[in-house]
Design a binder for this molecule. Structure first.
Ligand code: DX5
Ligand code: ZN
Length: 230
């Protein structure tokens, strides 16, 4: 079966052992993760708290590849410089986090980072139509952000397809985040996603000292996505 090397798997460390993040990052990369997805939550924009720029800076030496930082915070602008200095490669802000997403994306690019925009399940794709020439990534949330392990919201699949059409041949990644498993990966890949974030589906059954299940889970999700592409 032909491979589809453009499908990237980005494990979310929200599902990792919080007492062992450095080893967890090394383990998922060793087991085939393409990017490391870091979920930053503020207890205000989303109803949960995770970590800030100091944690990202501490993780940086443990991540060889791409540190993909998903900012679920409002306001976001005052913190961009700190997350950039912490070594993030991609900074993704939510379109719903404030009135000035255009300014936020400009600021991310001016800090020398790749810029992403995330859409909650209730936000229409048209909201990003005028941003596509200034971003590197669009993230479609297939759960309401705030927690790992939630059920995939099927109504978002047509939205992914509409976004893929809007993106056209621009060099913009189409990321899907929330409820991605071996069961849902085929749908999102077929709709045009090329970066799959997965938390619980990657970390289940393994640990930093027993990382083989991480590799099996990553391979299974990737294979399911690629098989759907034929
Ligand atoms: C949700 C986060 C996701 C989450 C995904 O707010 O943005 O990245 O950790 O977790 P799973 O894959 O368990 O739905
Ligand atoms: Zn996320």
């Amino acid at each position: 079966m032909p491979g589809h090397p453009f499908i990237k798997i980005a494990p979310s460390i929200l599902a990792a052992d919080f007492a062992n993040f450095g080893a967890e990052c090394r383990a998922i990369e060793d087991q085939g993760a393409d990017w490391v997805h870091v979920d930053v939550m503020d207890g205000h924009f989303v109803p949960n708290l995770t970590f800030g720029p100091a944690m990202c800076a501490a993780l940086r030496p443990h991540i060889k590849g791409v540190m993909d930082v998903h900012l679920m915070i409002a306001p976001v602008d005052p913190y961009l410089e700190a997350f950039a200095a912490a070594g993030a490669d991609i900074l993704t802000a939510h379109i719903e986090a404030g009135p000035h997403i255009h300014r936020t994306l400009q600021a991310i690019r001016s800090l020398g980072k790749k810029a992403g925009v995330a859409l909650n399940p209730g936000t229409s794709v048209e909201a990003v139509a005028d941003l596509l020439d200034m971003i590197d990534l669009v993230c479609v949330m297939t759960v309401n952000p705030g927690f790992g392990g939630q059920g995939f919201i099927d109504s978002q699949v047509p939205k992914i397809a509409r976004l893929r059409a809007l993106i056209g041949d621009r060099p913009v990644h189409l990321q899907v985040d929330g409820g991605v498993t071996v069961t849902t990966a085929p749908m999102v890949a077929r709709a045009g996603a090329d970066v799959l974030v997965a938390g619980s589906a990657v970390f289940k059954g393994g640990s930093a000292v027993n990382p083989a299940p991480y590799g099996a889970n990553i391979r299974a999700i990737r294979a399911a996505a690629e098989a759907a592409l034929g």
